[in-house]
Ligand binder design. Sequence first.
Ligand code: PGA
Ligand code: ZN
Length: 429
Amino acid sequence: MSQIVQLDALEIMDSRGHPTIQVMLSVESGKTGIAKVPSGASTGKNEAVELRDGDRRRYGGKGVRRAVENVIGVIQPALRGMEACEQRAIDERLLALDGTSDKGRLGANAILGVSVAAARAAACEQDVPLYRYLANREAYVLPVPMFNVLNGGRHADNSLDFQEFMIAPVGAPSFAEALQAASETFHALRDILQEKGYETSVGDEGGFAPRLRSNEEAMELLGSAIDKAGYQVGSGIAINLDPAASEFYEKGSYVFRKSDQSRKSSSEMTVMWREWLTRYPEIYSLEDGLAEEDWNGWTALTRELGTKVQLVGDDIFVTNPKIFHKGIERGIANSILIKLNQIGTITEALRCIDMARSNGYTAVISHRSGETDDTTIADFAVATGVGQIKTGSVCRGERIAKYNRLLEIEHELGQRASYAGSSVYSRWK
Ligand code: PGA
Ligand code: ZN
């Protein structure tokens, strides 16, 4: 039986050494599902509320004891007796219990912990892996991983205004070989950086954060690393960008503070991106190329470049079905980034993926810059079959945990697994 009998929670650490919440949900048979919730740094303004204690005597106010108390004291009595396998009913009960539009009462961190722990407990009860519990199919598609190997923006103290330079081994025949290509390229990049006298310490997501001179230099170094590792730039390993443009948007213009102090209007940014795509045809995906407030700019950018490149909305959509709906109506982007904790329930995240599918958008499953060893998103990417995941560089345990889980799934599935590869970008390339 999968009736929920107990919920428990505790404060644990995330990969940055900040507190986050772990939730344990147990069903009648004694099986327990465990979820550990991630946390972002360059967050979108409309993300669901991550409840923090605000008590500056503990963790500078970042404690999550209130979220823990909400799980035990408020959510537990409301969920007891429900079936753990009734994900939608559980998520709806959580939304009703919270009663706010931004999950500010119970906290999206508390809510997501429960939503995921319920799925895990139900999978465990049925004795199936999480991906199979979420979607029972004969065959599954393993996602193309995007590895954030060079960091700038908020994630690094250098002169790169763009936040993430990612490599995506689209030409690999399997997920395992994609990971191998990324690892070899990552180490080639380390050698190149060392030769040039740059630092090789890594940032929050495991990418290098050297003091490069410009965004263009980052592109050149990545090209050289891919080359040195013996792969084809573009068709073998694509380069995907997340400049996280909301972070350098100030009063209606884009200010390149970290490099040359130049300013660009929204339409100048679109011109710049068009030039970048011409100069670097190896760019297959551009996330948050414009800021979350710049809706008109996004519509224009999509009209101009939406047939040439994947345009992913992260901060602008914040995995929120209502906001995403408006974005679709306005012709914004052609892809959505899915971060479970931006919205707080599995059901709402799945709704965004359904909306993406029925409107011709792609979807990319994503980690946060603050993570734990929780591997839910690996299973989630396989279950939804969206074909793309971004979960950091080939470095740092909390990132590798997800990649190792994907290796395990591919191994377990054998012939029933196929690798998404370049097919996810076939509309553009
Ligand atoms: P975050 O950023 O997890 O720090 O919010 C990652 C991203 O912008 O994709
Ligand atoms: Zn992003």
